[in-house]
Design a protein around this ligand. Sequence first.
Ligand SMILES: [Zn+2]
Length: 448
Amino acid sequence: MFRVIKSNFLNYFRLFNSGIGSVLSSFIKKKYLFYSFLLLLFFTIYVLILNQIKNYAELKQNNFNTFLKSSEFNNIKNYIFKNLNSPYQEFTYTVQNNDTIDKVLRKFDVDVNDIKNITAEIANKKLSNIFINTEIKIITKEDQGINKLVSFFYPIDEITSVEVKRNKDEFVVNKNILKLEKQEVVLSNSIKNNLYSSAIEVGVEPNIIVEFANIFGFEVDFQRDIQVGDKFEIYYERLLDEDGVVRNTGKIFYASMFVNNKEISLYNFKYNNETGFYDVDGKSVIKTLMKTPINGARLSSSFGFRRHPILGFNKLHQGTDFAAKTGTPIMASGSGVVVMAQKYKGYGNYVKIRHNSTYETAYAHMSKYGRGIRKGVRVNQGQIIGYVGSTGLSTGPHLHYEVIANGKRVNSQRLKLPTGKTLDNEARNKFEVERIKIDVRLSNLRKK
Ligand SMILES: [Zn+2]
């Protein structure tokens, strides 16, 4: 079988040769010329590369072989192949872990004095920080066999970038801030599964959802209160770039929820340099204590009599347990002073906070304490005071949370929490004006 194919092929070849042989031979001659030219070109390029190598080797007194493998060689090679008619070459470099501007510029063989000038200049302007996985654009110019740095460009956050440009032997550092335009939006949806997915569905940014949940943290227990068909509405600010891309989000002006068969509408109001959210009656949403001082936890054991999981007999469970992964942050449920932060009996690592003359809260079984948490320290509501663990008498990672009223442990989940301040007099009048303004803007935006 193989032989048959082979002889057929030979026949075709002979036919081909005798039939159009003359045309082909002239074509081959032309091709030969072309190939010679190509060879010459290649040789020229080769000499050029060799020259570069020589310069480099003399400059660095480096080993030739290691140089061939180096990225510098590739840069020069790329430069010759891609930009035969331009002395400029642009590189894009992705920042690696532990990179500094200094290190990156060294990788591109930038003159040591230039690097010194640049790093001093950007340190002076506090623009030295670069971040892993961001891209640095570097433009060099070939000048007598040496690649001279012309400019480079790197981002320092989503809207700010730094441009360093050569001006003779000096470098000019410019900070470029993207021009962002504010856009106010009102987004709403009914809740199908949970707040997060229903908000994402209508395009609310994740950080706004988190902020929204925090605002309602005192009003709504997101694990237990939410029913299918409940609603939310958010009025907030977006920051768009010139292409209409959302680069950042601004403040929330208004947040509303229909939950537990009632509507709670909260307005952003700044008074005496303090920003807060207030309901239609000018009452602050901030309560003295949170019901759930932890996010993403499941209530695993309520306050009351139960068979103790370790001791085995019936005992009054004098707190509320929230099951959560080890390391989940625990927040101070109200502002106050830390009165205990130590190992304490079966509680393991334990923190107790005194909020006012009536209330104290306690947090047990922590894996570790929050930064700076020790006896005598003042904490703010929502501040991280420790992390979920399973220290002391515990069968698995959870937070044991206690509310102590007048020295007696009470059920935190049934507690009628005292409300925060209500605006009055002058503050109330100002709030009313602000609230009406927000309502007007809201109704206009809803029509859009
Ligand atoms: Zn417990």
